[in-house]
Design a binder for this molecule. Structure first.
Ligand code: HDE
Length: 705
């Protein structure tokens, strides 16, 4: 077998061999024939009909007519980047996987996505985010196709097409786009109580991330690591972002969708471009095979997580995204992820959702990209493939010789399989199974509410409030009152306070028991439903909350809007700008118009962003410097709109001395999130500390009272 050399080194990306540009080149047809005139089709006379013999026109137009491939049914909207994963721990006792050995650096391609929306939909939809990582390992490609939420809606792949049909735009009118707040979604969810845990996550701020760079990632299912003795260990994969986990406010998300529906995509691109390379630590929870049945939940059930208090996360290494794609279509659109792309040393568990995924992804890629999709540069393994396949649509590699079968003698028995020469290759974990063939669901999957409750109990006060508000928003948009009631009955099984708060907003008194229809559905899987679950080992789990602990957090890559107008004091700007920049944050001047801005001191600078082109929802904090600009801003209604939104979204808002009349005229109420230079010498430190906590959420709690 031809193997790549240079173990432990990042290999030349396969893409580079295929990169081209057109600088200095003549325009040609796809067959390389130079084109004389690229403006005019061939006609009979310069006003006459066009001719069918115009092969130059056909060459161009036929390609254009085929420039779209089917978009992914789910996860259609995505953005991606290249990077590297570096292993910094020794887990050789658990796995033989080459890329998981200490010190190995492996190139990766990572695609983030929303699930429900079409390819052109907004980034800020309330939705799960896909977090797919393709590791180009020396033993072939390994894909960890995960999400930013550690559990899933359903337990068996059989229900997946129905879940997706329910959340997608309703099929009669194709409305609403990229939204779960509609009847068919909640109809399905309210009949499937196993979705309760996932629903809590999706209604939390995890589903409206501040940035793709500020999300956790999870493999969701239990997988297996396999060592050289063939022993398996269950494993759950986690990605922990170095920038922390943060969300935006729901009202803010809706506004960002209007101001910049590419918000996440753009800021991922820009940060990589500016060398602010996002990083995640890869962590694992390892569960010995002997402990498979030890817990109150079934580790094969994808609607359950393993609390970190029970099995801590061990950090293995770090992934850095350091290069933007050169071409969206060739790379991001044609990237084919598949949880069945496994390498020796990693195997699947029997999670019925994962088992179903193994089929679906390959099938999808064959349909979307054709039977030789693995030859497309972004999908190629860095370990040369060598097998007997030669044919199929859009075949690129040309295999020499007359042999396309195994075993053969004509090609000296090549390619041979590993066992023939005692080499290593992929071997499935040899699990022993002795059971009947059935279409059934294990009763160990029947506890639908304990972990939903664990999640709710583990949230801070503001996070709980956001879940209540999100559920109230979504269910208010549902027109069928029966669906609303069915769902509130489910919420009541999770937590009576949650159900009564949501109920109040919907004018519903929470029903004590689950609805008959919900029970009917659950009993199809578990005839004795409801089944008393085992007591959960923990009542709270700190890792489930996004709350930033005191003394932690970072403001790196955060954007602070400096609200200015002609005459602003440069000194007042510089008082904060350098301090922010030293912490890795960015100061952006927002002016009344693009072009030159005059400072009080006489110099000028260039304004690129204005009160009208941007909005406060696109920034993490605001600052108003002083100078004669204050009088201009006093009469600018857009300025006050910026303040109002930032205040509503619980952002830190700072004011230089001499800007007090602006605060007085505004709608904002001075609280601990409003930082005034006149109040304290260390006002800049106060601002930074507040920004590290991401938001001054107490403001929202106070407004509720
Ligand atoms: Fe997927 N999923 N999925 N999914 N999924 C797809 O594959 C599917 C599930 C996830 O960036 C599709 O290439 C089934 C869980 C991500 O290109 C499709 C089931 C998790 C991506 C598909 C699930 C995911 C996909 C659509 C239930 C988290 C984006 C296009 C059995 C662990 C990959 C494609 C990318 C994409 C099927 C459930 C994550 C249709 C049948 C659970 C991140 O094949």
């Amino acid at each position: 077998m031809e193997k790549n050399t240079g173990k432990n080194n990042i290999k030349t990306n396969q893409l580079e061999e295929h990169l081209t540009d057109n600088i200095g080149k003549i325009l040609t047809t796809n067959d390389g024939v130079p084109i004389y005139d690229n403006n005019n089709s061939l006609k009979v006379g310069n006003r006459g009909p066009s001719l069918q013999q115009d092969h130059i026109y056909f060459d161009k137009m036929m390609h254009f007519d085929r420039e779209r491939i089917p978009e992914r049914v789910v996860h259609a909207r995505g953005s991606a980047a290249h990077g590297v994963f570096e292993m910094k721990a020794d887990i050789s006792q658990y796995t033989t996987a080459q890329f998981l050995q200490m010190g190995v650096k492996t190139p990766v391609f990572v695609r983030f996505s929303t699930v429900a929306g079409f390819k052109g939909s907004t980034d800020l939809a309330r939705d799960v985010r896909g977090f797919s990582v393709k590791f180009y390992t020396e033993e072939g490609n390994y894909d960890l196709v995960g999400n930013n939420i550690p559990v899933f809606f359903i337990q068996d792949a059989m229900n997946f097409p129905d879940l997706v049909h329910a959340v997608k735009p309703e099929p009669n009118k194709e409305i609403p786009q990229a939204a779960s707040a509609h009847d068919t979604f909640w109809d399905f969810i309210s009949l499937i109580p196993e979705s309760a845990h996932m629903i809590m996550w999706i209604m939390s701020d995890r589903a409206i991330p501040r940035s793709l760079r500020m999300m956790e990632g999870f493999g969701v299912h239990s997988f297996k690591l396999v060592n050289k003795e063939g022993k398996g260990t269950f494993v759950k994969f986690h990605w922990k972002p170095k920038l922390g986990v943060h969300g935006v406010a729901w009202n803010e998300a809706q506004k960002i969708s209007g101001y910049n529906s590419d918000f996440h995509r753009e800021e991922l691109w820009e940060n990589i471009d500016k060398a602010n390379f996002p990083q995640w630590d890869l962590g694992v929870q390892l569960i010995p095979e002997e402990d498979e049945l030890k817990y109150s939940f079934d580790i094969l059930d994808p609607t359950k997580l393993v609390p970190e208090e029970l099995v801590p996360v061990t950090i293995l290494g770090t992934m850095t995204l350091n290069k933007n794609p050169e071409n969206f279509f060739a790379e991001t659109e044609q990237a084919a992820f598949d949880p069945g792309r496994l390498v020796p040393g990693i195997d699947v568990s029997n999670d019925p959702l994962l088992q179903g995924r193994i089929f679906s992804y390959m099938d999808t890629q064959n349909y979307r990209l054709g039977g030789n999709f693995h030859e497309i540069p972004i999908n190629r393994s860095v370990n040369q493939k060598s097998n007997n396949q030669k044919d199929g649509s859009s075949r690129i590699d040309i295999l020499k010789g007359n042999v396309s079968y195994f075993p053969n003698s004509q090609a000296s028995g090549c390619p041979y399989h590993a066992m023939l020469k005692g080499e290593t290759g992929f071997q499935s974990h040899q699990e022993k199974i002795n059971a009947r063939k059935v279409r059934e669901r294990s009763d160990s999957f029947a506890d639908h509410f304990s972990q939903a409750r664990l999640f709710f109990n583990s949230q801070s006060e503001i996070e709980q409030l956001h879940i209540i508000k999100a559920l109230s928003f979504e269910l208010s948009k549902v027109k069928d009152t029966k669906i609303r009631e069915r769902q509130v009955a489910i919420l009541n099984q999770i937590d009576p306070k949650l159900a009564s708060e949501v109920g109040k907003n919907l004018n519903i008194t929470p029903p004590k028991d689950l609805d008959e229809l919900t029970l009917q559905f659950a009993r199809q899987n578990h005839p004795n439903y409801p089944i008393e679950g085992k007591k959960l080992e923990v009542e709270k789990s700190e890792a489930l909350s996004m709350k930033v602990k005191d003394g932690e957090g970072s403001i790196a890559t955060r954007k602070v809007a400096f609200l200015v107008a002609d005459g602003v004091s440069k000194k007042s700007i510089d008082a904060l700008k350098t301090i922010l920049e030293n912490q890795g944050a960015e100061a952006v001047l927002i002016g009344e118009k693009v072009g030159a801005l005059k400072f009080e001191e006489g110099e000028t600078t260039t304004i690129k962003n204005t009160y009208k082109t941007d909005a406060s929802v696109l920034y993490d904090a605001l600052y108003t410097p002083n100078g004669p600009s204050v009088d201009t801003l006093y009469n600018n209604p857009d300025y006050f709109e910026w303040l109002k939104d930032a205040f509503m979204h619980c952002k830190a808002i700072a004011f230089a001395s001499g800007t007090e009349k602006l605060i007085e005229k505004s709608d904002i109420k001075v609280d601990k999130g409003i930082i005034q230079e006149k109040d304290a010498k260390e006002w800049t430190t106060q601002l930074i500390d507040l920004m590290k906590k991401h938001r001054y959420w107490q403001r929202e709690l106070d407004m509720e009272k």
